[in-house]
Each structure stands twice: as structure tokens, then as C-alpha cells.
Design a protein around this ligand. Structure first.
Ligand SMILES: *[C@@H]1O[C@H](CO)[C@@H](O)[C@H](O)[C@H]1NC(C)=O
Ligand SMILES: *[C@@H]1O[C@H](CO)[C@@H](O)[C@H](O)[C@H]1NC(C)=O
Ligand SMILES: CC(=O)N[C@H]1CO[C@H](CO)[C@@H](O)[C@@H]1O
Length: 248
């Protein structure tokens, strides 16, 4: 999620950069949108290699060999181990729209991920007055994940690219379909399917019903972090980081 927000910020940066180099207002509107789209298309390609010089591995697919999860409070505990985690589809998003408005210092965007999915082997040990131990394979997918929203920014003195700031970040997330295939939640096949349906419904509701909560979180948490990250780096520095990364 944070990662997706970063994409948006990158888009904002690209827009601003474009605004400075473009000639006429009309030309600006067109070229800025295409600069953003080009930057994102480059980003998709670069995601396969990652940005090793910044310690970012390949993100398409993203592979994590092992992850532990431990949670405990009072009587309740949950310990999990995940092996061979593979996340697919991070770079398989379609840019449905990218509208830049110089007048409103705003970029509106819409991205659609056809399938963002994760597969893993899991081991879970859960206790809460009772005790449950489970293991097996697991697959989760978000199908037609749609991210829309806008970035509003302010630019400082014309010609200085050090005063670029994000004013607010709107991110609306919705998903058409959630797929959950977690093995061995129950040893009974029908019961297992039922439990997966509950997981699907839970994820669906979490994403589709909490849009405002997520949006507030992103705006209040991510916006300051982004501005901090941008610091006094110039926009061309930042664009260079994105598109010049990786393989060579
Ligand atoms: C997982 O996502 C990738 C990338 O979007 C897609 O090609 C693949 O079909 C998905 N896998 C399944 C089983 O849905
Ligand atoms: C995001 O969703 C909120 C509430 O659902 C809506 O008011 C707002 O216009 C949406 N923003 C965008 C940019 O789609
Ligand atoms: C420990 C256990 O019950 N493993 C099972 C998990 O589910 C797979 C596929 O349904 C079975 O093959 C395993 O025996």
C-alpha cells in the first residue's frame, strides 16, 4: 500500500518536472500527462530488476523466502511462519487515466491491477483459550484492484524545484473480487471452502468499506513522509533515481 502511494508521488513529481520544462500551457497539459505515464511505464519495467543499489530487490515477482509473524496479548497468541512467499502482479497495472491540471495543481489518476496475488506455504499456531495448529499452502488474490484518486501539490518559486510539496493525497481503493485458497484451515473440504469464503468476505469488506479510513491514513501518514523524503532533492534527481536504477 505504501508502495502504491509512492507510485502516486512519483507521478506528482513527474508532473511538476514537466510543468517546468514545457513551453505553452496547452503543450504542458499534454506533455505532463505523457511524462508521468512514461515514467510509470519505465517503472514497471524496472520493477523486474528492482533497485539493487538502494537495496530494493526485484518487485515483479517479489520473492521472500521466509517471514515470521508473532503476536501475543494476554491469553491470545498467534504465531505464523511463511515460506516461499511470492507476490505477483505489482507491475501489471494498467494506467486507465492520468489527468494533469496545471490550473488546480492537481493530478488525477486511475490504475487497475488485474490480479495482485500472493502464494506461500504457511504454518500457524493460534491460541485463545483453545489451540489451533495449521499448515499448508495458501493463495490470495485481489482481482481488478482499482486505485483512483488525486494528488494536489504546491510549487514554490518558479524555476526553483526545491519548493515542491505535496498538499494532499487522495487514494480510493476498491476491489471487484477476492480469492482465498488457504489449505488445511479445516480437514473437511466443505468446511475449508466455507472458511475461505469468510476470509474473502472479510478482505472484501476491509478494502471496500473502509475507503475513508484508508484514505485518511494515507493522507495523514504518507504525505508528511513523502515531503520529508523529497527534502531538498531536485525533481530531476528523483526522476533519475526511479528510471535510472537497477540493472546497469
Ligand atoms: C497472479 O497474478 C499474475 C499477475 O497479475 C497473473 O498473471 C496470474 O494469472 C495470477 N495468478 C492467478 C492464479 O490468478
Ligand atoms: C474518493 O472517494 C470519496 C468517498 O468515497 C469521494 O468523495 C471522492 O470524490 C473520491 N475521490 C476520487 C479522486 O475519486
Ligand atoms: C497437514 C495437512 O493436513 N496437510 C494437508 C493440507 O492440504 C493438502 C491439500 O489439500 C493435503 O495434501 C495435505 O495433506
Amino acid at each position: 500500500m505504501k508502495f502504491l502511494s509512492l507510485l502516486v508521488i512519483i507521478a506528482a513529481l513527474a508532473a511538476c518536472q514537466g510543468a517546468e520544462v514545457a513551453e505553452s500551457l496547452d503543450a504542458q497539459q499534454r506533455s505532463v500527462s505523457s511524462i508521468i505515464v512514461d515514467t510509470l511505464e519505465d517503472l514497471k519495467v524496472q520493477m523486474a530488476d528492482g533497485w539493487p543499489e538502494y537495496g530494493i530487490p526485484s518487485l515483479a515477482p517479489l520473492e521472500i523466502s521466509h517471514k515470521d509473524m508473532n503476536y501475543a496479548t494476554g491469553e491470545v497468541f498467534a504465531n505464523g511462519e511463511f515460506d516461499d512467499i511470492v507476490v505477483r502482479g505489482l507491475n501489471e497495472f494498467e494506467i486507465k487515466s492520468m489527468e494533469y491540471s496545471l490550473l488546480f495543481s492537481r493530478i488525477r489518476y486511475e490504475f487497475v491491477f488485474a490480479s495482485l496475488n500472493v502464494s506461500t506455504q504457511y504454518k500457524a499456531d493460534v491460541g485463545a483459550g483453545y489451540h489451533l495448529a495449521r499448515d499448508g499452502g495458501a493463495f490470495l488474490a485481489l482481482e481488478n484492484l482499482r486505485i483512483t484518486g488525486q494528488v494536489r501539490y504546491s510549487t514554490g518559486i518558479v524555476g526553483s524545484n526545491n519548493n515542491f510539496r505535496i498538499r494532499d493525497l487522495q487514494v480510493n481503493i476498491s476491489v471487484d473480487n477476492v480469492v482465498s485458497n488457504i489449505e488445511n484451515l479445516s480437514k473437511y473440504r466443505i468446511m475449508n471452502r466455507k472458511l475461505n469464503q469468510i476470509v474473502e468476505e472479510f478482505i472484501d469488506l476491509t478494502i471496500n468499506e473502509n475507503t475513508e479510513l484508508i484514505a485518511d491514513w494515507i493522507d495523514s501518514t504518507v504525505t508528511p513522509i513523502c515531503n520529508e523524503l523529497i527534502g531538498d532533492r531536485s525533481l530531476s534527481d528523483l526522476l533519475g533515481l526511479i528510471t535510472g536504477g537497477g540493472s546497469n
